[in-house]
Design a protein around this ligand. Structure first.
Ligand code: PPS
Ligand code: ADP
Length: 408
């Protein structure tokens, strides 16, 4: 008997899954494989010639073979669908039809969701003007005039994927108040595609599934990031043990608290290892997990405009990069400070006697001695604390925050 494989797709894949299940991506019935993808790229059709503009794919790193069934879970562990694998490639691309297991109810505004079939039934054969939107509709005259001309019901589809999702749904609800009675608002979690023409074509397909006689694409949102002193910021110190990360991080925290212009979340390395990451070792996998947890909490603080200070060793470049992406994906800024005090100086300080123990072979996998430290090549600030005072080190970081406008 083959065991049941479970897999949690990423946010983009889950959004596509929801549209596959709801019928918004009809005629697609599952995730695409290499042949279909090739045809989509080359000709804008599936391999059998059916018009289809964009890749809808799933990457799965588990070992599966054609015929296997994979239960697809949401991040909370709820099984959403079963995928029957028809192809699985070395790069993880996994194709096959899917079947729903339950109605997905996650995400804000779940009560507003309607499947395309439900919307078409509500239209009852009347013409529909479908408006897909990723930002506010400032001018409703074109929509009102077109709907009148077609004698059509207006259906607003706020494309609710991602950080701006809730705001675009609110914008649609507000616009509906100023549009004729009977205007429908249905959030659709369609993730944007990189190329604007492909994105537009995919929106056309989704609008058609929702019964569009005509489709209007709303204007692209103008995203003006707030001023830096109101944006979230993560100041992330990295460096060897004893390089001065905790000392400078504490000094920065105190200086910011004295100024009092920003809220500060301090994720002290020791506190993290005693609470958030209690029980983790110093293996590569556990260090990575530790850094991801720190990144997750810091990004949550920064999401709401907070300033978070973190000071772990964070020896791996790829994991630091993941944290940068996590933070930037919530609309906050990320500042990497490399405390580049050389190993000899850290070892000379040896405040906790750990280097001596590591040299004696009593601590295996000690960073800089028997475990790697990948020097950053993307640091926003580099500080060697060998010959400078603690105050001078703190002022350099504070100076960077002031000159970047993050602190006033
Ligand atoms: N094997 C090994 N390697 C490195 N460091 C070790 C090790 N074992 C214990 N310690 C102590 O743990 C502190 C580093 O923890 P971090 O959470 O910052 O490390 S990591 O980012 O997860 O790699 C580090 O503290 P700092 O000196 O504040 O950096 C060490 O005191
Ligand atoms: N300019 C400086 N900045 C930071 N620490 C310094 C500096 N000069 C000397 N030190 C000393 O170096 C040690 C750094 O330890 P710590 O801050 O715990 O490092 P880490 O958190 O990187 O392991 C402390 O004893 C600190 O007093």
């Amino acid at each position: 008997m083959s065991e049941i494989v479970e897999w949690t797709p990423d946010a983009h894949e889950l959004a596509d899954l929801e549209l596959l299940l709801s019928g918004a991506f009809e005629p697609l019935t599952g995730f695409l494989g290499h042949d279909d993808l090739h045809a989509v790229h080359e000709r804008g059709t599936l391999a059998d010639g059916t018009p289809w503009p964009a890749p809808v794919t799933l990457h799965l790193s588990a070992e599966v073979s054609p015929g296997d069934e994979v239960r697809l879970l949401d991040p909370e562990g709820l099984a959403l669908a079963v995928l029957t694998v028809t192809a699985h490639d070395a790069d993880g691309l996994t194709a096959g039809p899917i079947e729903a297991l339950g109605t997905p109810e996650h995400g804000p505004f779940a009560r507003l969701r309607r499947t395309p079939a439900e919307v078409r039934a509500a239209l009852g054969g009347r013409p529909a003007l479908v408006v897909t939107m990723r930002g506010p509709l400032d001018d409703l005259t074109e929509i009102t005039a077109t709907a009148k001309e077609l004698d059509a019901v207006i259906v607003l589809l706020p494309l609710s994927y991602g950080e701006a999702g809730p705001a675009v749904v609110r914008a649609a609800l507000r616009a509906a108040e100023r549009l004729p009675e009977g205007t429908l608002v249905v959030p659709v979690p369609l993730a944007p595609r990189e190329e604007p023409e492909i994105d537009l074509e995919l929106r056309e397909h989704v609008a058609t599934a929702y019964g569009a006689t005509e489709h209007l694409a709303g204007p692209e949102p103008v995203t003006l990031p707030g001023p830096p002193h109101r944006r979230g910021l993560v100041v992330f110190f990295t460096g060897l043990s004893g390089s001065g990360k905790s000392t400078v991080a504490r000094g920065l925290r105190d200086a910011l608290l004295e100024l009092g212009t920003r809220t500060v979340t301090h994720l002290d390395g020791d506190v993290v290892r005693h609470l958030l990451s209690k029980g983790l070792t110093f293996s590569k996998a556990d260090r990575d997990l530790n850094i991801r947890r720190i990144g997750f909490v810091a990004a949550e603080a920064a999401r709401h405009g907070g300033l978070a200070i973190c000071a772990p060793i964070a020896p791996y470049a790829a994991t630091r990069e993941e944290v940068r992406e996590m933070v930037e994906s919530v609309g906050a800024d990320f500042l990497l400070v490399h405390v580049a005090t050389p190993l000899e100086e850290c070892e000379r300080r040896d405040r906790k006697g750990l280097y001596a123990k590591a040299r004696a072979g009593l601590i295996p996998e000690f960073t800089g001695v028997s475990d790697p430290y990948e020097e950053p090549d993307d640091a926003d600030l580099v500080i060697d604390t060998t010959h400078i005072s603690i105050e001078a080190a703190v002022s350099r970081v504070l100076g960077t925050l002031r000159s970047g406008g993050w602190v006033r």
